[in-house]
Ligand binder design. Structure first.
Ligand code: HEM
Length: 317
């Protein structure tokens, strides 16, 4: 290829930090004379304008400061702008909806804990106090109570989606297993939370639940003894249920949701069963092997290492 001489780029269009400093004695701007780009400088800004500009830039500067130390923007960009398979639809929002329900439960739960007393003699009256006297208490309690059912319904719908779309197959088996543990933990949250108002209904329903647990094979009797925390359901049962409901299970759920999300981002999501895999544009047996079919004649458009595979139904939405 013949090479053409590069045209000289006019000084005015080069940003100041990239300009070459003039060699000493080679001319440059004569003493006492303003450089050419300053001669036609725009109107000088007042002190107030400068302050306003600084205030506008402050959040960006602060984020930049944090990002320089965390290097999180690469991760966030990868997560938020990742490719999704063709055919992605509303059913794929059920996982995020479950996550949202969990966040609502955690938030409302924190506020309820500020007023709730986990004692056999005061639990009932503290709930009555929340409902009748605390500002917005009944609203927050209602959100938490109904939110628990919403979360259970959503988690089942989400599990159904992943099952019917074949998302439990290779390479996502581990994420399915984590999901199963999340399901058990969510049910544990609903079960342990039910006793906390300590009214007649929650008391007798918990006895029924504990007895059902006791009928399980091998571990059943031990599990019901552990849950009851004594020969009869009473004050120690309430404390135990509260500790499980407040500390143990939420901590485990948060950790497992983190692992679940990590795998979703790393492996990508599965294409719906009705989306057929396209043949790679370039016939390359290696690319086909790498694409990792999921056992039902389609692939999700990502290799196991997360890289999108050309022509494998990985169009973004
Ligand atoms: C707290 C409970 C859960 C949360 C917050 C959650 C959240 C999510 C989210 C946001 C996604 C990505 C978007 C989507 O496909 O909907 C996802 C994917 C997935 N989840 Fe869950 N999930 C939970 C429970 C479960 C359960 C109970 C199972 C199954 C037993 C499960 C299995 C999966 C699988 C296999 C995927 C990958 C889907 C794919 O590749 O298309 N998850 N989850």
């Amino acid at each position: 290829m013949p090479s053409f001489p590069k045209p000289k780029i006019p000084d005015a269009v080069v940003p100041p930090p990239l300009r070459k400093p003039a060699k000493p004695g080679s001319g440059g701007t004569p003493r006492g004379q303003a450089p050419s780009d300053l001669k036609e400088a725009p109107e000088r800004k007042t002190h107030g304008d400068k302050l306003l500009d600084q205030a506008k830039d402050a959040p960006i500067d602060a984020l930049g400061w944090v990002d320089q130390r965390l290097a999180a923007s690469g991760f966030l960009t990868g997560m938020l702008f990742r490719k999704v398979p063709k055919g992605t639809n509303w059913f794929y929002t059920l996982g995020s909806a479950t996550l949202f329900a969990f966040i609502v439960q955690a938030t409302t739960g924190v506020f309820l804990a500020m007023f709730y007393t986990p004692s056999a003699t005061q639990a009932y009256s503290s709930i009555a106090h929340i409902n009748n006297e605390v500002p917005l208490g009944q609203f927050v309690h209602g959100m938490h109570k109904w939110g628990s059912s919403v979360m259970v319904i959503l988690i089942f719908l989400h599990m159904g989606r992943t099952f019917f779309f074949g998302a439990y197959k290779y390479p996502r088996e581990l994420n399915w297993v984590i999901g199963v543990v999340l399901l058990i933990l969510t049910m544990t949250m609903a079960f342990t939370g039910y006793l906390l108002p300590f009214d007649q209904r929650s008391f007798w329903a918990s006895i029924v639940g504990i007895n059902i647990n006791g009928t399980g094979p091998v571990v059943g009797p031990y599990l019901s003894d552990f849950l009851r925390a004594g020969p009869e359901l009473g004050a120690t049962t309430l404390s135990r249920f509260y500790a499980i409901h407040m500390l143990l299970v939420p901590g485990a759920i948060i950790a497992l949701i983190g692992a679940h999300m990590y795998l979703v981002v790393k492996l990508g999501t599965t294409a719906p069963p009705w989306v057929k895999a396209q043949r790679p544009k370039v016939a390359s047996p290696l690319a086909q092997l790498d694409a990792g079919g999921n056992g039902n004649g389609r692939v999700n458009g990502h290799r196991v290492d997360g890289a999108p595979v050309d022509g494998e139904g990985n169009g973004s939405l």
